[in-house]
Design a protein around this ligand. Structure first.
Ligand SMILES: [Zn+2]
Length: 114
C-alpha cells in the first residue's frame, strides 16, 4: 500500500505530538514516594507512588501557588503530615498565621502571670 501525502503528513504530526507529550511528562518534576516513611497514615490504599507539583489557590490571599513535589515529600514523609492533608496557604500567609498564633500565646502567658 502506498501512503498518500496526507497520511504521511498525519503520521509526522502524530510523531511530533508524541514527542511533545514525552517532553511534557518528563518535564513534570516527579519525586518518588517512600512508603516506609508513610506508614504513620495506617493506610495502604491511598499512598502515592510519587509526588508531582500541585497548583493551588491560597485560601487567605487568593494568589495562585505551586506546592512542589519535594515540598510534598517533606511534608508527608519528614513532617509526617496526614496523606489527606494538602497545602491551602502560601508561604507568607502561613508565616502571618504563625505570628498571630505566637502573639496570642504570648498574650495568654502575660495574662496568666497577672
Ligand atoms: Zn496567601
Amino acid at each position: 500500500m502506498i501512503k498518500s501525502n496526507k497520511q504521511k503528513r498525519q503520521e509526522i504530526k502524530k510523531n511530533r505530538q508524541k514527542k511533545a507529550d514525552k517532553i511534557k511528562t518528563n518535564y513534570l518534576p516527579k519525586v518518588l514516594a517512600d512508603h516506609e516513611q508513610l506508614r504513620h497514615n495506617n493506610t495502604y490504599d491511598l499512598l502515592p507512588n510519587f509526588y508531582v507539583d500541585k497548583p493551588f489557590i491560597c485560601r487567605d490571599c487568593g494568589s495562585s501557588q505551586v506546592w512542589t513535589a519535594s515540598q510534598q515529600k517533606w511534608w508527608y514523609e519528614v513532617a509526617k503530615g496526614n496523606i489527606n492533608s494538602t497545602a491551602v496557604r502560601c508561604r507568607s500567609c502561613r508565616q502571618k498565621l504563625r505570628l498571630i498564633k505566637e502573639n496570642n500565646q504570648q498574650k495568654q502567658l502575660i495574662n496568666k502571670n497577672k
